[in-house]
Design a protein. Sequence first.
Length: 139
Amino acid sequence: MKSYRKELWFNVPARRGLVNITPEIDECLRESGVREGLCLVNAMHITASVFINDDERGLHHDYDVWLEKLAPHEPTSQYHHNRTGEDNADAHMKRQIMGREVVVAITEGRLDFGPWEQIFYGEFDGRRRKRVLVKIIGE
């Protein structure tokens, strides 16, 4: 069995943003040489997310609006976490909603997606470097 590990680094210049990282994951798969197996992709920071969905601008806007309704950034005083001097309690909650990781099957050397599926990095407290782990195992 082969095992591959790589860290991808992102620096989203805004507080929130979504980045389609499917091309980077495809490149990792090519580098790994795995033809049949599993690919784990997970955010290595507690205010960022990795998830699978459609790469459609309207949907991304809807996510931003929906997440802001569920866990609004302002007023920052509404969160106990922010009493520690932080201002990112909402980002922790948004990450919890959107998830930490995805696992995708690898079949015949390709990510085995359904129609329209893509992998995204979700940033909820940006303006600094954060990493994503890619772990691929298989034959």
